[in-house]
Design a protein around this ligand. Structure first.
Ligand SMILES: *[C@@H]1O[C@H](CO)[C@@H](O)[C@H](O)[C@H]1NC(C)=O
Ligand SMILES: *[C@@H]1O[C@H](CO)[C@@H](O)[C@H](O)[C@H]1NC(C)=O
Ligand SMILES: *[C@@H]1O[C@H](CO)[C@@H](O)[C@H](O)[C@H]1NC(C)=O
Ligand SMILES: *[C@@H]1O[C@H](CO)[C@@H](O)[C@H](O)[C@H]1NC(C)=O
Ligand SMILES: *[C@@H]1O[C@H](CO)[C@@H](O)[C@H](O)[C@H]1NC(C)=O
Ligand SMILES: *[C@@H]1O[C@H](CO)[C@@H](O)[C@H](O)[C@H]1NC(C)=O
Ligand SMILES: *[C@@H]1O[C@H](CO)[C@@H](O)[C@H](O)[C@H]1NC(C)=O
Ligand SMILES: *[C@@H]1O[C@H](CO)[C@@H](O)[C@H](O)[C@H]1NC(C)=O
Ligand SMILES: *[C@@H]1O[C@H](CO)[C@@H](O)[C@H](O)[C@H]1NC(C)=O
Ligand SMILES: *[C@@H]1O[C@H](CO)[C@@H](O)[C@H](O)[C@H]1NC(C)=O
Ligand SMILES: *[C@@H]1O[C@H](CO)[C@@H](O)[C@H](O)[C@H]1NC(C)=O
Length: 218
């Protein structure tokens, strides 16, 4: 009996000694880190990119709408953003189709199209979904160059908060080395507008909107 207990204690000590280092070393956005499966209804809908580290040349007003097409195999991603990190005019639209692979954990290379013009492919892994309100992920801005890696946080519009973004970053940096303690840049999402009646209307006053409607009606 005592021999058994000693053996058990020794085994437990060995197991915890082996587990400890693996659990504490933040992982690169490389082959080691598994992506979430992208074929997940929890990911579908509209997301705004709210933080990134490092910021690179991330554009302001960066928004994604994600959904599965009727073939059940193609993920459609429609993105919109402004033309710079400071412009609030969301006038660049990009679209990508991703052919899903069942149970894929390797992330995806994604080629966005501006109109019919393909952009350089980016590489993306999704890492965590937090409270249905945040998604963390990592990627390479150049799909073939892992030195361009970055971490990002997406937020559900009108649900995320500045405090929540910080908490999400607090949870991510011990696990993934693209996130750093208290170090991330906000991507501007306040005051963005589009050149479409539906989305810009709330930004102008009721009287002006009425005047514009009257002008349009003639
Ligand atoms: C992780 O990235 C660091 C540099 O940030 C590099 O030195 C290290 O070799 C990488 N590890 C792996 C397993 O790719
Ligand atoms: C993206 O836009 C296309 C139209 O250009 C549309 O058919 C598709 O459903 C959109 N995808 C999503 C996820 O909304
Ligand atoms: C897609 O999946 C849904 C339910 O998951 C099913 O009803 C539909 O027939 C499938 N469509 C195709 C093209 O396989
Ligand atoms: C995505 O696939 C749909 C359906 O095949 C197609 O209509 C659309 O043009 C494709 N979009 C892109 C950006 O390739
Ligand atoms: C994605 O999920 C849908 C619904 O669960 C399923 O019908 C479809 O086969 C999946 N597609 C892939 C590529 O795994
Ligand atoms: C992405 O593209 C690179 C370069 O073509 C390739 O080495 C890599 O395997 C691709 N990754 C995935 C997940 O398809
Ligand atoms: C991406 O990285 C590869 C390999 O480092 C390089 O040859 C290529 O020019 C880069 N592409 C862009 C758009 O910077
Ligand atoms: C980039 O890839 C090379 C070759 O696979 C690897 O040695 C290196 O550690 C990787 N660096 C990062 C930051 O992941
Ligand atoms: C998620 O919800 C839990 C439970 O309500 C809360 O403790 C936690 O702070 C939330 N996380 C974020 C990032 O808001
Ligand atoms: C994160 O940074 C704060 C100060 O900004 C520090 O108090 C805290 O100990 C750091 N956490 C870790 C795990 O390094
Ligand atoms: C991000 O924005 C919040 C307010 O929305 C602010 O409290 C925080 O300091 C900003 N962080 C950075 C790194 O700019």
């Amino acid at each position: 009996m005592w021999k058994f207990v000693i053996l058990l204690v020794a085994t437990l000590a060995l197991v915890s000694a082996q587990d400890a280092p693996a659990a504490t070393v933040p992982q690169n956005c490389s082959a080691i880190v598994e992506s979430l499966d992208w074929n997940n209804t929890a990911l579908f809908g509209t997301w705004q990119e709210v933080a990134r580290n490092p910021i690179g040349d991330a554009k302001a007003c960066l928004e994604f709408t994600v959904g599965l097409l009727h073939d059940n195999v193609t993920l459609s991603i429609n993105a919109s953003h402004s033309s710079s990190s400071t412009s609030l005019f969301q006038n660049v639209d990009e679209k990508a189709n991703v052919t899903l692979v069942a149970n894929a954990k390797t992330g995806y290379n994604v080629t966005f199209f501006q109109g019919s013009t393909p952009q350089a492919p980016v590489y993306i892994k999704l890492l965590q979904i937090v409270n249905s309100t945040y998604i963390t992920g990592c990627g390479y801005t150049n799909a073939t160059d892992n030195s361009t890696s970055y971490g990002f946080i997406l937020g559900a519009p009108n649900k995320y908060t500045a405090e929540g973004i910080k908490l999400v970053n607090d949870g991510a940096f011990p696990l993934y080395n693209n996130f750093l303690n208290n170090t991330y840049a906000n991507i501007t999402q306040q005051g963005c507008s589009r050149n479409s009646a539906a989305q810009s209307l709330p930004l102008i006053s009721g009287v002006l909107a009425l005047a514009l409607l009257l002008i349009k009606a003639h």
